[in-house]
Ligand binder design. Structure first.
Ligand code: PHE
Length: 353
């Protein structure tokens, strides 16, 4: 099974390892180094089968290639998954991360990692004990810290650009915005949207996360299984991916989808399905690039805070360009975004030839 998944991939390299002590499969997938060293987060998650973990890592790595290319960063795309058999904390977590750090070290800098779902700047500090190929260590250790709020900043600009496209105005005052997932990105994003006067609908499996936002902002809470059918202006998926598919798209009651989750489309055809349904979709790998612009901009490219803010605003401009192309060429917005990223990748291949 693993062998077939490996054979079907269009990426450059997969490094796999199995940690006996914690019963963890580790997959580091380097999708492309065409534009530079491959960057991508390390996700910790439990999967039904190691082949599901590998497939997830591969798809996420490919999305990182598109993300870096779409926002003109000089990096390639990668992702790693630590497929743990259950929650892992304390000394065992530290030991696993050190082991993983050794694996990242062995790649000699072709792969540079950072936080993702279920990993934090503190985890990055541990990996950094074994190699320098890590962004977003904690601020105390000289890193750029949690990228979540910065990803949120980019999504915020993206939502404004999307509102402008759909409603003719970027003003979010009075717009109904449904934020699904109040984690590292969703929570700070919800705060910014509330500050702009948006009418917030929120949903999260954790009542504690909902409580923290609801304490400070007027919100309407939507049960997890009602998110898709809930009427709103803009649906903002900030939890795990795959919420847009042949089954859910016909049930959506929004005008636009613009959120931070990676791999929101179940399959590529879902981009066209959204288009056909008259829903404007902000391609995930463009709107959620604020975190990489922040982390790699600050730590690798020496950008100032002002430069980073202008790059975040640039995510809005990028989406506006994608919406224009999509309309002009009669293609879906996801197709337009792919073409944009691939043009950059194609140009770099030509430069190499
Ligand atoms: N998890 C991030 C993403 O999917 C990757 C990332 C890592 C971003 C480190 C910022 C810093 O975009």
């Amino acid at each position: 099974m693993l062998v077939e998944v490996l054979r079907a991939w269009d990426g450059e390299e997969v490094v796999a390892s199995y940690d006996h002590l914690s019963d963890t499969w580790i997959f580091a997938c380097i999708h492309s180094t065409a534009l530079g060293p491959a960057g991508g987060g390390t996700r910790m998650k439990t999967y039904a089968d190691p082949s599901d973990a590998l497939r997830d890592a591969m798809r996420l790595a490919a999305a990182m290639t598109m993300k870096m290319a779409a926002v003109d960063l000089p990096f390639g795309g990668a992702k790693a998954v630590l497929a743990v058999s259950g929650p892992i904390e304390g000394e065992s977590r530290r030991r696993l991360l050190l082991e993983y750090g050794r694996l990242v070290a062995s790649l000699g800098g072709t792969f540079v990692t950072g936080p993702d779902v279920n990993t934090s700047p503190t985890d990055m500090d541990v990996i950094a004990e074994r190699c320098p190929y890590v962004v977003c260590r904690s601020a105390e250790r000289g890193g750029s810290g949690d990228p979540g709020p910065h990803t949120a900043r980019g999504v915020f600009h993206g939502i404004r650009a999307t509102a402008k496209q759909v409603f003719g105005s970027a003003d979010l005052n009075g717009r109904t915005v449904l934020v699904q997932g109040l984690g590292d990105v969703g929570a700070p994003l919800a705060e910014q949207l509330a500050a702009e006067g948006a009418k917030l609908l929120v949903s999260d499996l954790s009542t504690e996360r909902v409580r923290r936002i609801a304490e400070r902002n007027p919100v309407q809470v939507i049960p997890a299984d009602e998110v898709i059918g809930t009427e709103c202006d803009i649906y903002v998926p900030c939890a795990l991916g795959g919420t847009l598919n042949a089954e859910t798209i016909p049930r959506l009651r929004c005008r636009a989808v613009a959120g931070s989750a990676n791999n929101q489309l179940g399959e590529p055809e879902d981009g066209q399905r959204l288009s056909d349904a008259g829903i404007v979709y902000a391609p995930d790998f463009v709107i959620n690039a604020g975190g990489v612009l922040y982390a790699w901009g600050l730590e690798s490219l020496g950008w100032s805070r002002e430069t980073i803010e202008s790059k975040h605003a640039g995510i809005g401009d990028k989406l506006t360009e994608i919406y224009r192309r999509s309309a002009e060429e009669g293609i879906s917005t996801s197709e337009a975004a792919e073409q944009l990223a691939k043009a950059r990748l194609g140009a770099s291949q030509k430069a190499l030839a």
